[in-house]
Design a protein around this ligand. Sequence first.
Ligand code: GLN
Length: 470
Amino acid sequence: RKCLSRIRETRFLNAYITVSEDKALKQAEESEKRYEKGRALGILDGIPIAIKDNFSTAGIETTCASHMLKGYIPPYNATVVQKLLDQGAVLLGKTNLDEFAMGSGSTDGIFGPVRNPWSYSRQYREKRKPNHHRVDEDSNWLITGGSSGGSAAAVSAFTCFAALGSDTGGSTRNPAALCGLVGLKPTYGLVSRYGLIPLVNSMDVPGILTRCVDDAAIVLGILAGHDVKDSTTTQDPVGPFILPILRDVSKLCIGIPKEYHTPGLSSETQALWSKAADLFESKGAKVVEVSLPHTSYSIVCYHVLCTAEVASNMARFDGLEYGHRCNVNVSTEAMYAATRREGFNDVVRGRILSGNFFLLKENYDDYFVKAQKVRRLIANDFVKVFNSGVDILLTPTTLSDAVPYVEFIKEDNRTRSAQGDIFTQSVNMAGLPAINVPMALSSQGLPVGLQLIGRAFSDQQLLTVARWFE
Ligand code: GLN
């Protein structure tokens, strides 16, 4: 009940699209009964959580923040949602995002942008200079980052204890960094995507947003493992994700990718990154500079592969099976076209168009096939670094701390979700686990996070080091 009233108090953040209050109260009551009767409890029994609105939830509207799916009520739960419910978690509602998770601001969904709770924090307000924009002026609130900004705001504003996001190119780690949270992107194939409405099937992973590393490990322990409904999930035993206390980091080798010193990186984030490397070194870890030579191609490579997969994924939204259908009925084709024009925003339509362009017969080899080759080179860069003895890579997560909404939307909405993903996207192309760990507050009083990246299926080690580091 406290969480539900907190949701009401913080409604202005626009973190939730749907609050499933009645269902949540019923789940909480059942949990209480189990407790009173001394029955076996699940790992998350009675713990309120939130789910990004691109995961299917049985009986609860699932919109992807798009007109296309408004009113769509899935008949089944995503595997990850079912696993959380099976452990007694109380599902409070569905959180806001960029339409179909395309973006990195949580500003482009049909329900409007999500506000970063830190816009209203004492730390931020006190640090702002007099006469500078005042945060209580409506126009000066900050973005959460995205696209899982609703989930990040929900956890950061204390409306729930954990939330699911999705991470295709950084969408869990990016808002975690800007909202001061732990944001975990597990290894591709460790967690089932069944019921996660796809953006880029070959890169999508359910992500976990929590306030500390231990909580993320608990949730990962519940979610991880083979799912017969997702053939890309590993059949190997996973877990247990019970983190040993790491006292000695002297056997660790930490890599600092030199290509990540990009021009757009803020001097404060840069300074914090160096400080963190020094910390590892002062505690005995070996810190080495490494090279990921294909980094500069990652944004364009991601763009070609992402939009190509988007073009084929979005073909299912034709006005027949799901959600929206327009009133045009002169022909089937006219109905498809009008439905899709009405249903998708310009970001989604733009990606469908560019994806179809890359997939045209005459372009296929020059764009799609070439991008797949570049993706392999990007993935191999990481493999080489890890094979050279590096255990973990330490990098920034975002270029800077959160920016005001009015600044963010000045850029064209197709470019604004690109450059800022420089530290996160190649990780998805390589399928590796990575985590944002909140590190410090900037001079503006806003959270800054750093990213740790591990080798494939080293999620346990990654979390262990992240906990030492947090
Ligand atoms: N910002 C990236 C994009 O727009 C990543 C999104 C995501 O991870 N869902 O595609």
